[in-house]
Design a protein around this ligand. Sequence first.
Ligand code: NAP
Length: 263
Amino acid sequence: MTSLAGQVALITGASSGIGEAIAWKFAEAGTKLVLIARRSERLSSLKSQLTEKFNAQVETVTLDMQDTPKLKQLPSALPDGFQQVDILVNNAGLALGKSGLQGTSLEDIETMVNTNVLAASLLVRLFCNGMLERNRGHIINISSIAAKQRYPGGGIYCGTKSYIDAFTEAIRHDFVNSQVKVTAVSPGAVQTEFSNVRYKGDDAAANATYEGMQPLLAADIADQVMYAATRPANVQIGEIVSFATTQASPWNVARPLADKSKA
Ligand code: NAP
């Protein structure tokens, strides 16, 4: 196993859901953390908890992934001791709406593409050369089953995650002469704030996503990231795809608990 103690991990989208769960696992393993999101109060609270519980070394960066000029300055803005990023977790991302492309606003398209595609790509470019020079590092991109099983209303989101799959595979070729690893983690339905964001505050629609089933939890995905990150030096996990046990695709979900919840 590769120890994560003392390594620097940069996690985007650490203020909730999967990113936050990864931060907990990594902090427990002694990883130094750079946590990024827009909601600074969430990041501050998480930093306090991780410091108190694990004596973790945590830097927080309040950053909108769509702020490309600021994103490009990120490596030089990191404090001493955190600039040499060993593990980059490209996790920040979102889907907006599910009503079909004809009903998707131009602004929502820009938000999804800029966050899920452009920012993730720029971050890899910003940190990969340091990894290659040190001949160590791991890029972990959070993709989705939406990259493989596309569905009506998911045109832009499925497209962005398909990009992440292709990008992940292609850069593995680029880095093949190094010890830098590239992994995609592709979950099915995970109960986080993802659906609340997608349905823009329509909590009934968000809750219906997980109704009558036992979805994946953010901690399940963090386990998978930990697994990939801790393999021996000769093992590169290409991709981890996971579903809730009663899910076979985005549109084929059994809800065995539905009747009980209505009773
Ligand atoms: P979540 O709970 O909504 O978390 C999303 C995170 O992304 C938040 O920390 C959010 O932070 C951050 N984020 C979003 N837009 C941002 C921006 N412009 N700038 C900076 N940070 C931004 O959802 P999640 O389920 O954990 O999603 C994490 C990743 O998993 C996403 O890439 C998503 O596509 C993927 N995924 C999720 C599921 C699922 O069912 N939940 C399934 C497959 C893949 P702030 O709002 O504080 O900025």
